[in-house]
Design a protein around this ligand. Sequence first.
Ligand code: SAM
Length: 386
Amino acid sequence: MTPGARVSAAIEVLDAIAGGLAAEQALTRWARQSRFAGSKDRAAVRDHVFDVLRQKRSAAHYGRGETGRALMIGVLHGLGADLDALFSGAGHAPAPLSEAERAFPPIPEDRATRLNLLDWLLPLFDTALGENADAAALALQERGPICLRVNTARIAVPAAQELLAEEGVQTRANPLAEAALTVTEGARRIRNSAAFTDGYVELQDAASQAVVAALPQGGRVLDYCAGGGGKALALAMDSARDITAHDIDPRRMSDLPPRAGRAGVAISLADTEEAKAGAPYDLVLCDAPCSGSGAWRRAAEGKWTLTPERLTELTTIQDQILDTAAGLTARDGVLAYATCSLFREENEARVDAFLARHPEWRVARMDRYDVTPDGDGFFSAQLTRE
Ligand SMILES: C[S@@+](CC[C@H](N)C(=O)[O-])C[C@H]1O[C@@H](n2cnc3c(N)ncnc32)[C@H](O)[C@@H]1O
């Protein structure tokens, strides 16, 4: 496909998203209908679509509209692309720009538009991040790093880097965690690489790894919100831990057994009754459902769909999870709370509210990870009883 044809395809996908499809669904549907598209084409279309989703508000400003075409024009203008070359009308490229489309508005004065946030989110960013609020919002407009976790239960980090390099995947050490690598070249080769399929490396954000790396070693561990198991697998690198994974929606854990098999680690799955029967645990990790605001680079749709009502709903769920998990933690155990949210409401405020409800608990450790070129925004608190 030509660069222009890729832009046309992205416009089609964006229109499908505007029509109600989730981004992944819209991309999959387009790929199915476009057998001629190779893997590089699919990746380029995907990049266009996610560039728009991360910068939708400023793209709509520059493109003067919310259609797929307007958003693509707006985002490409913001990125300084040669629009006439892409919108040439030749072959499958989109039609040339009209005079009206070419009359670009000036840089937005409005802060929320410039930062690509909905208005109501500005105070949340300011409260949580203070003078770093703008930098965090701007960082969320960039593509996130591709990070790997080396399965140090099976291979040393330098040996994993060599193995990956033999398969065309170049990496550098990531300062957030000892087992973390940032991919600098060949990201698209990871999933088919032997290093990945044989369980020597996993895809996992480096800050997510740092949250796990800070947890106490050994003991009986309950991953109470295990989901796909990213953190459970990282926990399992310590063979002295006996790990049980639980999720309110067990289907979310369906990938966990094959992933654990690939990694050569043991993780037991438990439903809610079984998880409770296994209490008390030395460590209960609550990687709670949240706004995902620290990871909006990767899941940018969430930035536009989050509402104040949903945020309140999430904080209620977070409180309930902490209350239940506290009851499953051994007297001298650790209750760990984590989110990939930047907001105080989902982080420090939940810990404060928990401590107010349970005065016998104390904060033993609290970490905040900013959105940086190394990793996503995360929060974690480790709580212990007096
Ligand atoms: C942030 S995700 C977990 C991600 C996972 N730990 C990882 O590292 O890949 C949050 C998970 O919490 C689960 N969840 C939501 N409400 C829950 C509840 N009340 N109890 C337990 N799990 C819950 C969701 O189904 C979701 O899979």
